[in-house]
Design a protein around this ligand. Structure first.
Ligand code: BG6
Length: 465
């Protein structure tokens, strides 16, 4: 029996990426340093094969051909990010006219090719000069971010109609202030909470500016969150509590204030109990309440499975979210062994149903989903990588997304991570994610089997099976 999976009209087919991960030209044309440039200079050994952010995939020079390739596989949209330190090299001062020219060229080319630009303002790439005054720990940086956002709305808002303030704002909190996988490699729960809070304030200030700037009037603004459903090991009350707390820390800490305009009381109470509440200013609650998003991007890669703690945490160790739950390895889980992430396609459906039931069915889309695989040349046949595993991965997620839409979810698109292989932070080019492979020696792009497949899916607005 053939089943048709047809998606709503004007469904967004495309992919996502970020400035630092594809642009290259890290020290060219007036760009200031960001924390990745700095960290690589200090500790190149922390990066896979010691490949740093200097070159990445050279989109800075190859953007024209890349956008043609997008068009060629029937993308109608593509998310990129603006590099804050390229546009405003010291974060808070003069605008770099060469950066304006570059982003103007990219946006014009996208529009000429019929690929709508979705633009994110912050994708893990703090300007170094902003980090030197404390990064998100310093509220001045939140204000500088809002100014940078306003400059972007004014400069590019005539062409960009989908804006996103932050990509996965919980990740720099985790990486930079808890688990040591982003600069500045601090381990300190209280500082992590302050960083998360100021990130949220920077978001609300940017949304406020967006509503004020005339160009934004016909556009929409949102945030991109990595929502990792927290599945309990069992229905035992202790396991349920563990999953509720994990959900509060990793999902609701940004989801609730972005969409509902307030933090969950349970999270406030929990932080209060541990004397870990952030410093706030009067007026913040109204700022958050009045500046909720129009649109939500959902990045989904893997679920989070948890169980009640088996041993009490050592009170002398640094406080961690894991004081409240243990990670749970579900027997029989399906894994992507290269990235070490579980593959659980139904997670897409569960997220969408949660948004429908508890978040006013806010317009949303899958803004990232994807499968990073190591040594993909193994699958090369007649010059083309036969990435059937990626096609299956996408298809199974799309089926669940389709099911959610059938049941009333307000999902408007699906963007893969990523259009072409790109630089993955500490993992550099270890795992490849793209529809197009990138030869690091020559920078040549070659479509994988999945590129041909998605071209047809986008053209048909779905697939049958
Ligand atoms: C998301 C990020 O977390 O996942 C991307 O938005 C990232 O920047 C992607 O590259 C894939 O994860 P990773 O760590 O394998 O690159």
């Amino acid at each position: 029996m053939v089943t048709e999976y047809t998606f709503p009209e004007y469904f967004w087919w495309g992919a996502a990426t970020s400035a630092t991960q594809i642009e290259g030209a890290a020290d060219k044309d007036g760009k200031g340093k960001n924390i990745w440039d700095k960290w690589f200079e200090e500790q190149p050994e922390r990066f896979f094969d010691q490949v740093g952010p200097g070159q990445t995939s050279d989109f800075y020079h190859l953007y024209k051909e890349d956008i043609e390739r997008m068009k060629d596989i029937n993308f109608n949209s593509f998310r990129l990010s603006i590099s804050w330190s390229r546009l405003i090299p010291d974060g808070d001062g003069e605008v770099n006219s060469e950066a304006v020219e570059f982003y103007n060229n990219v946006l014009d080319e996208m529009i000429a090719q019929g690929v709508e630009p979705f633009v994110c303002l912050y994708h893990f790439d703090m300007p170094l000069s902003m980090q030197e005054i404390g990064g998100w720990e310093n509220r001045k940086v939140a204000e500088a971010f809002a100014r940078y956002a306003e400059i972007c709305f004014e400069t590019f808002g005539d062409r960009v109609k989908k804006w996103f303030t932050h990509n996965e704002p919980i990740v720099p909190v985790e990486g930079g202030y808890l688990y040591n996988f982003h600069y500045p490699n601090v381990v300190h729960f209280q500082r992590a909470v302050q960083v998360a809070y100021h990130t949220m304030i920077s978001h609300a200030l940017a949304v406020k500016n967006f509503r004020r700037v005339a160009n934004g009037a016909d556009g929409e603004i949102g945030i991109i969150l990595n929502l990792t459903p927290s599945y309990p090991r069992s229905n035992h009350p202790a396991d349920l509590k563990a999953s509720r707390i994990a959900d509060l820390f990793f999902n609701r800490s940004f989801l609730d204030p972005s969409v509902l305009g307030e933090y969950p009381q349970e999270l406030i109470d929990l932080l209060g109990e541990y004397e870990a509440l952030p410093q706030v200013e009067s007026g913040d609650a109204d700022l958050l309440k009045e500046n909720t998003v129009d649109l939500l991007g959902v990045n989904y890669y893997q679920p989070r499975r948890v169980k009640a703690k088996e041993n009490l945490p050592n009170p002398n160790s640094p406080m961690m979210p894991e004081w409240f739950f243990d990670h749970y390895e579900m027997p029989g889980r399906k894994m992507n062994p290269y990235r070490g992430w579980e593959i659980y396609e139904k997670g897409v459906y569960d997220i969408m149903m949660n948004l429908k039931e508890n978040y006013g069915n806010i317009p949303s889309f899958i803004s990232e989903n994807g499968m990073g695989v190591q040594n993909e040349e193994r699958f090369l046949e007649n010059g083309e990588i036969q990435d059937d595993y990626r096609i299956d991965f996408i298809k199974e997620h799309l089926k669940w997304l389709h099911q959610a839409i059938e049941e009333g979810a307000n999902a408007k698109g699906y963007h893969l991570w990523s259009f072409m292989d790109n630089w993955s932070w500490m993992n550099a080019y270890k795992n490849r994610y793209g529809y197009f492979s990138v030869n690091l020696e020559t920078m040549e792009r070659t479509p994988k089997k999945s590129a041909h497949w998605i071209r047809e899916v986008a053209k048909q607005n779905g697939f049958s099976e």
